[in-house]
Design a protein around this ligand. Structure first.
Ligand SMILES: Nc1ncnc2c1ncn2[C@@H]1O[C@H](COP(=O)(O)OP(=O)(O)OP(=O)(O)O)[C@@H](O)[C@H]1O
Length: 232
């Protein structure tokens, strides 16, 4: 379980996250939702320990984030983190040297599934292929926490579908926790178990998707509309 205790993250005077206390359940797919600038990426970066909170604590299975917990996390950043000279195989070797849980078999399997080739040069492939490459590298590890920041952003419908298929393909429900930030709500609605809605750095709603929808008798998109129109 990932636990945030009174977490605030400030950039200058701006509170990107404002005194957040919450638990994100283990073994589920959780959608981290909210409008631009609501704090989604900031929250993922704090969980990966790429950024430190200004105040508050983040615990993973009851332990303060440490080197061991960092190794359990696979993080797909919103922005491309590849060097332009790299081929997919170079990017793989780069990631592989950092993490002991690299799974070569899974990498080979996903490479084929995503219709990518190791010899492809990253600065020559399309945006969709780069998105698939990021996913390939994130999912070729055995990490039991996978954080995906906007994996569907700016990608065509077919590639989006392929990316969603990849996310659920070998998903170990109950064991592996996946947190996805996205604006493509309709497409991930059926994949997510739980959702956490952020606005201005605060949680405005959180729960199991089916329960939230049933309680209000609304689709997730309409639920979001209601949540964000009521919040100022
Ligand atoms: N490195 C930074 N320096 C200054 N301000 C930042 C930094 N990172 C985030 N912020 C600010 O913190 C707030 C939250 O940003 P964040 O990127 O977490 O939002 P988001 O919900 O992921 O947005 P989007 O959907 O547009 O990706 C925004 O106001 C943003 O400008």
């Amino acid at each position: 379980m990932i636990e945030l205790q009174e977490v605030t993250k400030k950039f200058g005077k701006k509170k990107a996250l404002d005194d957040i206390t919450t638990k994100i359940n283990k073994g589920k797919i959780t959608g981290l939702l909210g409008p631009n600038g609501s704090g989604k990426s900031t929250m993922l970066k704090l969980i990966t320990d790429l950024n430190k909170p200004t105040s508050g604590n983040i615990l993973i299975d009851g332990e303060q984030i440490n080197v061991k917990s960092k190794n359990r996390i696979s993080y797909l950043p919103e922005i491309d983190h590849f060097y332009s000279w790299m081929k997919i195989s170079d990017a793989k070797n780069f990631v592989k040297t950092f993490y002991s849980d690299w799974q070569e078999e899974r990498y080979k399997d996903l490479l084929e599934f995503l219709e990518l080739e190791e010899s492809m040069k990253i600065d020559k492939i399309s945006k969709g292929m780069r998105a698939k490459t990021k996913l390939l590298l994130s999912f070729s590890r055995k990490a039991d926490i996978v954080l995906l920041d906007e994996p569907l952003s700016g990608i065509d419908i077919f590639t989006r579908e392929k990316i969603i298929e990849t996310i659920i393909k070998d998903y170990r429900a109950g064991e592996q926790s996946i947190i996805i930030t996205t604006h493509e709500i309709k497409e991930v609605e059926n994949v997510m178990d739980e959702a956490l809605f952020l606005k201005n750095g605060k949680i405005v709603l959180q729960g199991e998707i089916e329960t939230l929808k049933e309680e209000k008798n609304l689709s997730l998109v309409d639920l979001m509309r209601e949540v964000y129109s009521n919040e100022k």
